[in-house]
Design a protein around this ligand. Structure first.
Ligand code: SF4
Length: 78
């Protein structure tokens, strides 16, 4: 898989939640962000399907990120 500049795409960054209890200026604007409801974000099973499909297209590195993944209702690190 390549981008429009013929660079190989082998890296996927997955945001598991839009919430975070910190307010880093480069990520969270002062006015805040419109948060999604629990039913509007992907379930873990859906994330898994997307990541699996991406690996079949050549993705070899996946980074789970947020917001803050640990504030997700069912944290990945239980
Ligand atoms: S998600 Fe990361 S960068 Fe954004 S406010 Fe939280 S800690 Fe800061």
């Amino acid at each position: 898989m390549q981008d429009n500049y013929r660079r190989e795409i082998d890296y996927l960054r997955v945001s598991v939640i839009d919430r975070c209890n910190l307010r880093c200026f480069y990520c969270m604007p002062e006015a805040g962000v419109e948060l999604k409801g629990c039913n509007d974000i992907l379930r873990y099973e859906e994330l898994y399907k997307i990541i699996k499909a991406a690996t079949e297209l050549g993705i070899s590195k996946v980074r789970l990120t947020g917001g803050e993944p640990l504030v997700r209702k069912e944290s990945l690190l239980k």
